[in-house]
Ligand binder design. Structure first.
Ligand code: ADP
Ligand code: ASP
Ligand code: MG
Length: 814
């Protein structure tokens, strides 16, 4: 015998039922079969809603019942030839009238008992099974309809009745051994108690009906036909890259379903497991897919973890108090109190101090739980030995499941490490001694992120996803987007990285797309976006709560730089080409560095000094390996270098500065470059990175600019420079006549930093520096005589974008 169960979606309408029928046609070629069916998809909910509305004296229940009746009548009409319809139609009408009668009664009394609720909801499976049976008979699949209430005996715990297996197996045995029919159709979910009153097996209980029957008849297989191709490594509604699990052990399947994998109702496994009946999960809509085989010795698949699941709407109950230490019986009393109200405990943790015991239960039982536990410990609470029960809401459980965890170290390290890096706070942890499951209680709002983080960590050898938020899509930002688009395949194939741009903004507009903004058409998307609002932009980054979130600041904006702390605190990495944050007060710079360390969220700003050149990275590597920086000498302004390399008195100084701005080397405000402020910021950042506590006003700046150039706006700046052409020519001639070059040099030594224009002779390391190049000389304990030199283009949109790009990629390796 084989038992097949078809779920709600599989029998949702006439078209699907035909698919089911085709599957059954095939399977009965092999052996006799019992077919268990659910209510048509959505009908159970509608029935429950009808009862609920009626009990609140809301006439809306009538509309619900009308919808239910219409669905069933239409399905009959869509399935059966007209001549065979009448008896089924009248049976459906009769059933619907009965439901209405019951609801009318509820409406009048304003009261709905659990017993009556079971009665109402049972019609879903009763009607669907009758219709399917009639259709299959009409299609030549001769079958016997058998009421599950005559086979499955339960207690009277309505809504989730417990099966009396002895009585049930006896009935199943009697019935099926006395019958030799080929095909039986049985309604799932429903049963009856010792008095013959209708009960139900709990939501999703048709799976259980299948298992009870399969165990009762010692079936060769139980097939669960549903709308997915088997059990997946995680809930496909939460994770997009889930994988099918072809083989899984009974215990693993039980753990996964217990912790929320809805594809199979948790009690289903027990009856079939004891009889070693394999359970095969198959997809009604893709019968060719292998699905999942649940069996005793499931094949290994090379993964330590078999799957990840989650349950939402959990509350954590904590019983605490100094009076609990060393006194036996507290937990017993806690669990007894909960059991007395039939409150199911999902997770338990107790610290070794025995000072507190903590259990996770479903949220809807929390009020009752608080009541019974406080009552049970009333005396201890009054005498101050135990505190009143603490109830924490809005929590969820995520669980990793796998038989092979026990033979592997480092699983929980990996689990908690990856969650921590993504700012997921863990409220409680449980690992059974079977080591088949590690579960953690986290905030509900973090569930989706947590499941995705864990899935990526344990299953996605394919790639890791970075979720990027970009502020600033001007000169550098647009190059960055072009580079990201161009490197997409390389990142995926060589680094196994996928960078998805979730949001971008400029000063006017912002746009979001959870699936990633198409980088070929980002300009139009941004134009069509919303008006930019920084607080909203940041708010959305927080609320999206995506794993591996990176915020890239490609602006020179002050306000943005003031928000990095908010991001790092949420474990969102920050990549800044914007220098404002690192060159603001030392306290803020330090705060950001500390937050980055505390939340394990990289804060990277390589492009703050020397654009794409590896200056800060090199400095950090020196320090990390134990070297000490004694002196830094550098030419750090691409703009000033360009200006002094090109100025020889032929074109005016102002014109050369204008050219530098037009070619994109200057800061958005060129005065920051010409005044030396930008170089001061850079040498300060290098000094700070070397461990120096330095502020801007401690840096000496020997400016070569006439003061009047810096008074007023940018237009005035150019005007004044033109007026002072003789001054600049003078500076130039002074150097040229001595065969020297002019370089704006930054220095850091003995805790002091300075910037200023210098005459450089041809023997100097700084002499051979062309175009917009930068050079940094590091004199350290290891590089004493000859410095370590980093040299190359130190400005320009393309190289700066590439530096930002490299930082973004670097966040993924943390
Ligand atoms: P049926 O009505 O056939 O009983 P259910 O809706 O009860 O179907 O269960 C199937 C659904 O379970 C799938 O559509 C899927 O969205 C959900 N699901 C949750 N977790 C998992 C998982 N780990 N693997 C497969 N499906 C899952
Ligand atoms: N129809 C019931 C429910 O929706 C039982 C089932 O489909 O398994 O919960
Ligand atoms: Mg189900």
């Amino acid at each position: 015998m084989q038992v097949l169960k078809f779920g709600g979606t599989s029998v949702a309408n006439a078209e699907n039922i035909r698919k089911v029928s085709a599957i059954i046609q095939e399977v009965i070629k092999k052996d006799r079969a019992i077919i268990v069916v659910s209510a048509f998809g959505g009908v159970t909910d509608l029935l429950l809603q009808s009862g609920e509305l009626a009990s609140h004296m809301d006439e809306g229940y009538k509309e619900k019942l009308r919808i239910i009746e219409k669905r069933h009548l239409e399905t009959v009409k869509g399935l059966l030839p007209v001549v065979q319809q009448s008896s089924v139609l009248s049976w459906v009408k009769k059933s619907c009238n009965e439901i209405e009668d019951i609801c009318n009664g509820i409406f009048l009394l304003g009261e709905l008992s659990a017993r009556t609720r079971d009665r109402i909801v049972s019609y879903g499976e009763l009607m669907s099974s009758q219709i399917i049976s009639a259709y299959m008979n009409s299609a030549g699949l001769v079958n016997t309809w058998k009421d599950a209430r005559e086979l499955i005996v339960t207690d009277s715990n309505f809504g989730g009745a417990a099966v009396d297996f002895i009585a049930t197996n006896k009935k199943i045995n009697q019935y099926f051994s006395g019958n030799n029919n080929l095909l039986y159709i049985v309604p799932g979910f429903v049963a009856s108690d010792g008095n013959g009153t209708t009960t139900t097996l709990g939501r999703g209980g048709s799976d259980y009906t299948g298992a009870i029957l399969a165990a009762g008849v010692y079936a060769d297989v139980l097939e669960i036909w549903t709308d997915v191709s088997g059990m997946m490594t995680a809930d496909p509604r939460l994770v997009s890259n889930v994988r099918q699990i072809p083989h899984i052990s009974y215990q693993e399947a039980m753990e996964l379903s217990h912790f929320g994998a809805k594809v199979i109702y948790p009690p289903t496994i027990q009856p079939v497991m004891t009889k070693k009946i394999p359970v095969w999960i198959k997809n009604t809509f893709a019968p060719g897919d292998y699905g999942t085989m649940i069996e005793s010795d499931a094949k290994e698949n090379g993964n330590i973890i078999r799957g990840i699941s989650s349950i939402n709407k959990i509350v954590l109950l904590s019983l605490e108090g100094s009076g609990m230490v060393g006194i036996p019986g507290f937990s017993k009393r806690l669990f007894e109190a909960l059991a007395s109200e039939k409150i199911n405990v999902i997770i338990i943790t107790q610290s070794s101090s025995e000072h507190s015991i903590c259990v996770g239960i479903e949220e809807n039982a929390s009020v009752k739980a608080k009541e019974v536990v406080d009552k049970a410990f009333a005396y201890e609470i009054e005498t101050g030995r135990v505190d009143p029960l603490i109830v924490e809401k809005n929590l969820a459980i995520v669980a990793l499941v796998g038989d092979h965890m026990k033979s592997h170290t480092g699983v929980s390290g990996k689990m908690f490490g990856s969650l921590g890096r993504n700012g997921v706070n863990i409220r409680a942890i449980a690992q059974g001694s079977s080591e088949r499951n590690i579960s953690a209680v986290i905030a509900s709002e973090d569930v989706k992120k947590a499941i995705n983080v864990l899935h990526e960590e344990f299953f996605e050898t394919t790639y890791k996803q970075i979720n990027l938020f970009i502020a600033g899509v001007g000169n550098v930002g647009s190059r960055l987007l072009a580079q990201l688009e161009q490197q997409k395949d390389y990142l995926q194939h060589h680094l196994r990285l996928q960078v998805r741009v979730i949001a971008m903004a400029n000063s006017r507009k912002m746009v979001f797309n959870d699936d990633g903004i198409d980088l070929k058409t980002w300009k139009q998307s941004l134009e069509n976006g919303d008006q930019m609002n920084l607080q909203r932009f940041l708010g959305i980054i927080h609320s999206k709560n995506l794993r591996n979130s990176v915020f890239a600041d490609v602006t020179a904006n002050n306000t943005l730089a003031e928000c990095y702390d908010q991001l790092l605190q949420k474990a969102i990495s920050v990549v800044a080409c914007n220098k404002v944050a690192c060159s603001s007060s030392y306290d803020y710079y330090k705060k950001l560095k500390d937050l980055s360390r505390e939340y394990n969220a990289p804060f990277l700003f390589e492009t703050n000094v020397g654009a794409g050149l590896p200056v800060i990275g090199t400095l950090n590597d020196l320090l990390r390996s134990g070297d000490k920086v004694n002196r830094i000498e550098a030419v750090l302004s691409g703009t000033l270098n360009f200006v002094f390399n090109n100025y020889n008195g032929e074109k005016s100084f102002a014109e050369i500065v204008r050219q530098a701005q037009d070619e994109g080397y200057t800061e958005p405000d060129p005065r920051l470059d010409l005044s030396g402020t930008d170089v001061m910021r850079k040498i300060m950042i290098l000094a700070r990175e070397s461990g120096e506590h330095l502020e801007m006003d401690q840096i000496e700046n020997r400016s070569f600019m006439p003061a009047s150039c810096m008074e007023g706006d940018v237009a005035n700046f150019y005007k004044e420079m033109a007026r002072h052409e003789a001054h600049f020519k003078n500076i130039y001639n002074g150097a040229a006549s001595a065969n020297m070059k002019l370089k704006f040099v930054a220095k850091y030594e003995n805790g002091k930093a300075s910037v200023g224009l210098q005459h450089i002779d041809s023997k100097n390391d700084l002499y051979h520096l062309y175009g917009k190049d930068n050079v940094v000389l590091f004199y350290t304990d290891r590089y004493t005589e000859q410095p370590l030199v980093v040299k190359g283009a130190g400005a320009g949109a393309e190289v700066t974008a590439s530096g930002v790009f490299a930082d973004i990629v670097r966040t993924a390796s943390v």
